[in-house]
Design a protein around this ligand. Structure first.
Ligand code: XUL
Ligand code: CO
Length: 485
């Protein structure tokens, strides 16, 4: 009889062969099973039930404080410690992304998957989907995180018809509901409208009406299951809502379609009594050359143009921010000052790499800037921090999944502590206020109230003569910021 190791190796080789033969298969991530393949080719139903723990030897992760050298312990994240009047866990509201954590394989366009977790049997069967869901909840419980995020197709396989696919989803969702208990719930759910070939021109912006309808049906179902699971938000990331060339694209019509699609989502959410926040997740490109939700400002303008501003907020992802030529801090502040900061997809890119590397955020400076925005926003609730981040292709131990999340959580916890220090100290705020003190005058107040015309300003300019322009004190601001690190 073949050993388990040999079986896994064989399955891995099959995946490689399949990828090479079928050029349409991109290695990462592989959540969908093409609708026209039967179980024999796409995964069997007899995966068997998993015995015992998925993560044996990994304890419940505890806070041990900054002097701890234990990689499986929190050094900065102490969930019930109060910072600025709120527990750390309520500021941070962490969530695990099912797709990276349980569907990520380490495959990339140049190489085969590197990760074959012990519980995986290499199939996309319903039985495997359920087993993965059990692994997800053991992981959440051991990590001490109460929230998770998912796409419909990450958690349950596609079938030949939409009815059958929905039935698969219902079966896995019923199990998830049971495993969630009363404490755990989705931070957000979403529909995967980018993997399947039918979405090659987009979902809500596809020029093909059948695809528009299919996308709507998929979103309808995804909102329903998010609601059923007690989800707090629902995300729209327009992975293929954009274009490759304007030569074949009616951009105005596509944007109008997207707005109509969102209006229908708002109406349906209200109809079924789903009170979660709808979130748009900006990203400038990848996979399309130009995505319509380019960045926070573009998305805010879209929402305003179509009268959707009160119905949506934004889910800011740090790696998407840098891809659009902004810092994460800029995107968070743009969302915040427009009253649109709803959630953070916590990750980071690589400064030397120009694509969406989705790394765990481990930079304390960056995390402090992120937390400054979040504190100024009064927190994110009902949003939170979703780790839309994956292990590096070369990180292949099961414990690496824990280490990555612990590192990401500790970094944001440290950012929270530093940001609170900066706010309590007040020197940085004082420096900023001082820069604008000339407006803290009677005339300044009148200008800010929109009551001053050009004639009066011209009179003042002549009366005052050449203005004295003070130093911007950038280095002092940077010094004050660093003093809290
Ligand atoms: C892709 C991305 C998505 C969304 C959900 O870059 O961030 O995973 O968060 O579809
Ligand atoms: Co994301």
């Amino acid at each position: 009889m073949m050993s388990m190791k040999a079986v896994k190796l064989l399955l891995l080789l099959c995946v490689i062969c399949f990828s090479v033969v079928s050029k349409t298969v991109i290695c990462e991530p592989p959540p969908t099973c093409p609708a026209n393949l039967d179980d024999g080719e796409c995964g069997s139903e007899d995966s068997g039930e998993w015995e015992g723990e998925f993560f044996p030897g990994i304890p419940k992760i505890k806070y041990e404080g900054p002097t701890s050298k234990n990689p499986l312990a929190y050094k900065w994240y102490n969930p019930n410690e109060e910072i600025l009047g709120k527990n750390m866990k309520d500021w941070l509201r962490f969530s695990v992304a099912f797709w990276h954590t349980f569907r990520g394989t380490g495959g990339d366009p140049f190489g085969a998957p590197t990760k074959m977790w012990p519980w995986e049997d290499g199939t996309n069967s319903l039985a495997m989907a359920k087993r993965r869901m059990r692994a997800n909840f053991e992981f959440l419980e051991k990590l001490g995180v109460d929230r998770w995020c998912f796409h419909d197709r990450d958690i349950a396989p596609d079938a030949e018809t939409l009815e059958e696919t929905n039935a698969n989803l219902d079966e896995v969702v019923a199990l998830a509901k049971e495993l969630q208990g009363t404490k755990i719930r989705p931070l957000w759910g979403t529909a995967q409208l980018f993997m399947h070939p039918r979405y090659m021109h987009g979902g809500a912006t596809s020029p093909e009406i059948g695809v528009y309808a299919y996308a709507a049906a998929q979103v309808k179902k995804a909102i329903e299951v998010t609601h059923y699971l007690g989800g707090e938000n629902y995300v729209f990331w327009g992975g293929r809502e954009g274009y490759q060339t304007l030569l074949n694209t009616d951009m105005e019509r596509e944007l109008d379609h997207m707005a109509r699609f969102f209006e229908a989502a708002v109406a349906y959410k209200k109809k079924i009594g789903f009170n979660g926040t709808l979130l748009i997740e900006p990203k400038p490109q990848e996979p399309t050359k130009h995505q319509y939700d380019w960045d926070a400002a573009t998305s805010a303008n879209f929402l305003r143009k179509y009268g959707l501003i009160g119905e949506f907020k934004l889910n800011i992802e740090c790696n998407h921010a840098t891809l659009s030529g902004h810092s994460c801090h800029h995107e968070l502040e743009t969302a915040r000052i427009n009253g649109l900061l709803g959630n953070v997809d916590a990750n980071t890119g690589d400064p030397q790499v120009g694509w969406d590397t989705d790394q765990f955020l481990m930079d304390v400076n960056e995390a402090t800037l992120v937390m400054l925005s979040v504190i100024r926003n009064g927190g994110l609730s009902p949003g939170g921090f979703n780790f839309d981040a994956k292990l590096r292709r070369e990180s292949t131990d099961v414990e690496d999944i824990f280490i990555a999340h612990i590192g990401g959580m500790d970094t944001l916890a440290r950012g929270l502590r530093n940001a609170a220090k900066l706010i309590e100290d007040g020197s940085l705020d004082k420096l900023v206020r001082k820069r604008y003190q000339s407006f803290d005058t009677e005339l300044g107040a009148q200008i800010e109230a929109g009551k001053v015309d050009f004639e009066l300003l011209e009179k003042k300019a002549m009366e005052w003569g050449e203005p004295e322009v003070p130093s911007g004190k950038q280095e002092l601001a940077e010094m004050l910021f660093q003093s809290a690190m």
